[in-house]
Design a protein around this ligand. Structure first.
Ligand SMILES: Nc1ncnc2c1ncn2[C@@H]1O[C@H](COP(=O)(O)OP(=O)(O)OP(=O)(O)O)[C@@H](O)[C@H]1O
Length: 127
């Protein structure tokens, strides 16, 4: 009974480690394949660099973190949706188009927010 519990517990721990590993592999896979994600990562490095130069406050760093992490996470979800759609059909289908366009729309909306956040933080400091 006790060893059953230990086995189950160690399997759970192992699967938690595997989950993190597979999630990390997912990020790397998408990064290699998706040009947009590469752009986001380059932008992230630039924003962090200028954030250090302009000595952002804690609140500004938090806002920037939300913008960056949200953008990358959403782009990853968009990529996942594109993959699933392509897996379901390679034929042209109106629902496939809708799924891809709606997912891209979600990215677009968040991108507008990140531009607003970026401008409202950096513009006053540049000017
Ligand atoms: N199976 C399909 N049926 C109908 N329309 C599709 C299908 N696949 C893609 N499309 C349309 O073609 C456009 C381009 O599709 P694609 O798979 O190249 O994705 P994308 O939007 O260019 O994404 P990314 O540039 O991030 O890879 C989509 O936005 C969608 O409108």
């Amino acid at each position: 009974m006790n060893s059953d519990y230990r086995d189950k517990n160690s399997r759970k721990k192992q699967s938690l480690v595997s989950s993190f590993y597979f999630a990390f592999i997912g990020v790397i896979t998408a990064l290699k394949a998706e040009r947009n994600l590469k752009i986001h990562f380059v932008m992230t490095v630039l924003v962090i660099f200028f954030g250090i130069i302009f000595e952002l406050t804690k609140t500004e760093w938090l806002l920037i973190s939300f913008a960056i992490a949200g953008m990358i996470a959403l782009e990853l979800m968009n990529t996942a949706i594109e993959r699933v759609v392509d897996l379901v059909t390679t034929e042209q289908h109106p629902l496939a188009k809708q799924a891809k366009d709606i997912a891209a729309g979600a990215v677009l909306i968040y991108a507008v927010l990140t531009v607003i956040i970026g401008l409202s933080i950096f513009l006053p400091k540049i000017l």
